[in-house]
Design a protein. Structure first.
Length: 227
């Protein structure tokens, strides 16, 4: 199990011994407590998209592994379209991933001063075997223009916990935003293209965790918003 820096559990009011007991031993920590620590660790990180300090990244990984060890849905692909609380289908919002946009990539995409990133949403349509990822943008340099990148993909069940994902198509709307990204569209798509496989390592009524073939970790929370 990945360890976390001492004192970084985020448990307010608990002494260090109790906090470390929760972080290092899943047998002492209830799932809701671990999730509370995880959300506190994620606070202010902007989904990790612009990088996370190594100590903080290790802390998050340790908490993720604890949740994965207590996964209430060991066969998530069998629950893709079943009723809540354990269904995988529906709309989800990204709260953290290890995908990053750093250095020259961030500059080329205008994500320093010109464009802000909004919500990252994923809608899973189980019956159709489709997933739609939406990354929302706000362009300060275009009178606060709102737009989005939409990526459509197909998936098929590969195992009890894994799905294989195939990229179908993508669009950027409105046209003004596409004009901004046109020169670096392949770069943008390369960052967010979901093609490959995804291992669903944790699902409960409010949270889903996955790991892909590129080594990335994704933490999503259930959302009522539609893509």
């Amino acid at each position: 199990m990945a360890k976390v820096a001492k004192g970084s559990s985020g448990l307010v009011g608990d002494d260090e011994g109790v906090a470390n007991e929760l972080v290092y031993g899943t047998e002492y920590g209830r799932v809701d407590q671990i999730k509370a620590c995880l959300y506190q660790a994620l606070d202010g990180l902007n989904r990790g998209i612009f990088g996370v300090p190594s100590a903080k990244k290790s802390e998050i990984e340790g908490l993720v592994r604890q949740l994965e060890s207590q996964n209430p849905t060991p066969n998530p692909t069998a629950n893709l379209g079943k009723v809540k609380p354990l269904e995988v289908g529906g709309c989800w919002k990204l709260v953290y991933s290890t995908i990053t946009i750093l250095g020259s990539k961030r500059t080329k995409l205008g994500l320093r001063d010109f464009i802000n990133l909004g919500d990252f949403l994923q809608n899973i349509f189980v019956a159709q075997g489709k997933a739609v990822n939406v990354i929302k943008f706000n362009a300060r340099g275009l009178n606060m223009l709102n737009g989005q990148l939409t990526i459509e993909a197909s998936f098929r069940v590969a195992s009890e916990s894994r799905v294989d994902i195939t990229y179908d198509k993508s669009t950027i709307t409105p046209d003004q935003l596409m004009n901004v990204f046109r020169q670096n569209y392949d770069l943008l798509l390369g960052i967010f293209n979901p093609e490959g496989w995804l291992e669903i390592t944790y699902v409960d009524d409010t949270m889903r965790i996955g790991r892909d073939d590129k080594g990335n970790v994704f933490i999503l929370e259930r959302s009522k918003e539609e893509t």
